[in-house]
Design a protein around this ligand. Structure first.
Ligand code: NZQ
Ligand code: ZN
Length: 395
């Protein structure tokens, strides 16, 4: 168990009818606000009007950057930073899902960077400062509302790169589950797969960490498994949406990490798939994760997968840990592909096998991913090739 620092100072307003505090929070940072949003869902849902009413009430000057795409493009970051510099923006207001919030994070950093905004994704450029960020979350998935990360795509280079930096941590986030009532069944399912993956990336660790954190993570996983089907069947179920929203935040706000130092695995692999094919992040993870689990399953890892099977899916422990472990992986696949209805293979997404070597090579940076299991390019290729066939249970 390694020593660690936990320091996540994002202020959260959770629950209904909290938007009345938006003006007072924004004006702490200044009066010139850049509102960032996506392809228009906030206009359809009426959230745009509600936000505008609050900023008008507080007498704030509002500028806008709309059209931020899922898998946000570096061009949005460049455009946003230009507005911030030209209009002397004091604070960013990101209203949307992870894509909008991630873009706002990089806009905030790029405003103070002299070179091309893409340098901040590649690591060539340093992030020394960022505009303050206030978020109004509309989709439970990425946890971007309370984490230091952001992921930006560059269609010219076919790269999708994530970066963590404390300067980009949102200052304030408004988490109203009602703002997620309009999220489609598909995006709700993808969000669930993403939340689960954030937990798996920490839970399946090469060395044990705090017992307490493992039990906490199992609680988060059980919450996703319990409430996602409800949110899909009844999109305005407050209890389901609230549980998913707070779970998405806590899955990746640093708490469950404890002092772990291993690398994440499924995320860098998935990012290479969505970099080329622009698929939804959670869908890519849903297809990759059970294959990765099967690939990692051996006599050494079986007890951990068996623990997952018993504590998360309530599977009765068999005398043979391998058998219990396999049942747990199959239960996860059943949840992702049957219960919440996500596709179970790349072939249906028209992904081409010929791209596998390059995706695998980029995922491990030409070296290895030192995660739950250390994986090199050939290992990742095998996992990815397995994703082209429909998932088979019981093996
Ligand atoms: O663009 P609009 O019109 O707003 O529509 C969005 C988009 O089409 C829609 N949507 C969002 N809220 C809605 C809604 N539709 C109806 N009602 C609402 N309330 O949903 C679609 C997907 O939105 P997006 O923001 O792309 O989804 P998500 O939150 O899953 O974000 C995905 C991005 O975040 C990155 C992913 O790689 C991907 O680029 N990630 C960010 C992370 C982070 N910051 O820590 C970690 C994650 O692992 C992930 O990599
Ligand atoms: Zn993710």
């Amino acid at each position: 168990m390694n020593p660690f620092i936990y320091d996540i100072p994002t202020k959260v307003y959770f629950g209904s009818n909290q938007l009345g505090h938006l003006g007072e929070e924004l004006e702490k940072f200044g009066r010139r606000v850049l509102l960032c949003y996506g392809g228009g869902s906030i206009k359809k849902t009426g959230l745009y009007d509600k936000v505008k009413a609050e900023t008008d009430k507080a007498g704030l000057e509002l500028f806008e950057l709309g059209g931020i795409a899922p898998n946000p493009r570096v061009q949005s970051v460049r455009d946003g930073a230009e507005i911030c510099r030209k209009e002397k923006i004091d604070v960013l207001l990101a209203v949307g899902g992870g894509s909008v919030i991630d873009a706002a994070k990089f806009i905030g950093a790029a405003t103070f960077y002299d070179g091309d905004a893409w340098d901040l994704s590649t690591g060539k450029g340093e992030i020394n400062k960022c505009l303050p960020i206030v978020t109004v979350l509309t989709l439970s998935a990425t946890g971007s509302e309370m984490d230091t990360g952001g992921v930006i795509s560059n269609p010219d280079t076919k790269d999708k790169l994530g970066r963590l930096d404390r300067h980009m941590l949102p200052a304030v986030s408004f988490l109203d589950p009602e703002n997620t009532y309009t999220v489609s069944a598909y995006q709700t399912a993808c969000g669930a797969a993403d939340i689960l993956s954030h937990i798996f990336e920490e839970y399946f660790a090469p060395r044990p960490d705090l017992y307490m954190l493992d039990r906490f993570m199992e609680g988060l996983m059980k919450t996703v498994i319990r409430f996602t089907p409800t949110a899909i069947a009844k999109p305005d179920d407050y209890e389901a949406r609230a549980n998913l929203m707070w779970t998405s935040t806590w899955a990746i706000n640093g708490f469950v990490n404890g002092g772990k130092s291993h690398e994440w695995t499924c995320h860098p692999i998935e990012h290479e798939v969505s970099a080329i094919y622009d698929i939804t992040h959670g869908l890519g993870l849903a297809i990759i994760t059970p294959r990765w689990m099967k690939y990692c399953l051996d006599e050494d890892s079986a007890p951990k997968f068996a623990e997952f099977a018993v504590n998360v899916f309530g599977i009765k422990a068999a005398p043979d840990a391998m058998k219990t472990a396999r049942a747990g992986i199959d239960a996860l696949a059943e949840f992702l592909y049957r219960t919440v209805g996500l596709k179970d293979n790349f072939t249906e997404l028209k992904i081409k096998r010929e791209d596998v070597p390059v995706m695998a090579k980029k995922a491990c940076g030409g070296g290895r991913i030192d995660g739950f299991r250390s994986l090199g390019q050939k290992d990742i290729e095998k996992i990815l090739y397995d994703c082209f066939e429909p998932y088979v249970s019981g093996v």
